[in-house]
Write a new protein. Structure first.
Length: 55
């Protein structure tokens, strides 16, 4: 997953946070994909800010 810019990163972080809030196992893979993309592309601060370090 490629993150285009900081606004896109924030949008993805919000989406991951919403996935986490529902605790729907069907969303867990997408959550992990977003989290991994954020971390690997230098957006670790957003991961911590949005509380999406773990499912």
């Amino acid at each position: 997953m490629t993150i285009r810019d900081a606004a896109h990163a924030r949008e993805l972080a919000q989406k991951a946070k919403a996935f986490k809030a529902t605790h729907n196992q069907a969303d867990k893979a997408e959550f992990e994909k977003i989290k991994t993309a954020l971390l690997s592309q230098g957006y670790g601060a957003l991961v911590r800010e949005y509380g999406i370090e773990s499912w």
